[in-house]
Design a protein around this ligand. Structure first.
Ligand code: FEO
Length: 169
């Protein structure tokens, strides 16, 4: 049985992951308007990853005999003037998620929940990968500046990203 504090914190993280999916869905719509199909694909994969992250936490709460409490998902802010701005926001958001996951790991330590601590290792490693893949795109966008040919080349590159359903835990 999971302790109440850990249960509540994991429910909050389900919400945070679903918000992430919602945020990336709004970014996908932004790129759809610009007709940048590779960026659309990248965001589409990102949305699916976030849904999988939420599902992984949901399943874990269930497995541990906890209670699922689903709160409202916040409305994402939709103010971007360029792909660069979008990816600056993606990196900021992923850094925030990393701090939330680290906080969950702290709660697992404080409540001596060894099983939750082990489970969260997967999310800790995933955040390293998430930040790295976002930083790759962001660094390229910084180099591109206003070179539209270079932007289209990056768009073609991002077309190659595929969703591989993760095995969590
Ligand atoms: Fe689920 Fe992008 O963190």
């Amino acid at each position: 049985m999971i302790n109440e504090r850990m249960n509540a914190a994991l429910n909050e993280q389900v919400n945070a992951e679903l918000y992430s999916a919602y945020l990336y869905l709004s970014m996908q719509a932004y790129f759809q308007k610009m007709n940048l199909k590779g960026f659309v694909n990248w965001m589409n994969v990102q949305v699916q990853e976030e849904m999988a992250h939420a599902r992984g936490l949901y399943d874990y709460i269930q497995e541990r005999g906890g209670e699922i409490v689903l709160e409202a998902i916040a409305k994402p802010d939709l103010k971007w003037n360029s792909p660069l701005q979008v990816f600056e926001d993606v990196l900021k958001h992923e850094q925030l998620v990393t701090s939330k996951i680290n906080n969950l790991a702290d709660i697992a330590d404080e409540t001596k929940d060894r099983a939750a601590g082990l489970f969260l290792q997967w999310y800790i490693k995933e955040q390293v990968e998430e930040e790295a893949s976002v930083s790759d795109v962001l660094d390229t966008l910084k180099l591109i500046k206003s070179d539209s040919n270079a932007l289209l080349a990056l768009d073609r590159e991002l077309q190659a990203r595929v969703f591989n359903p993760p095995v969590i835990g």
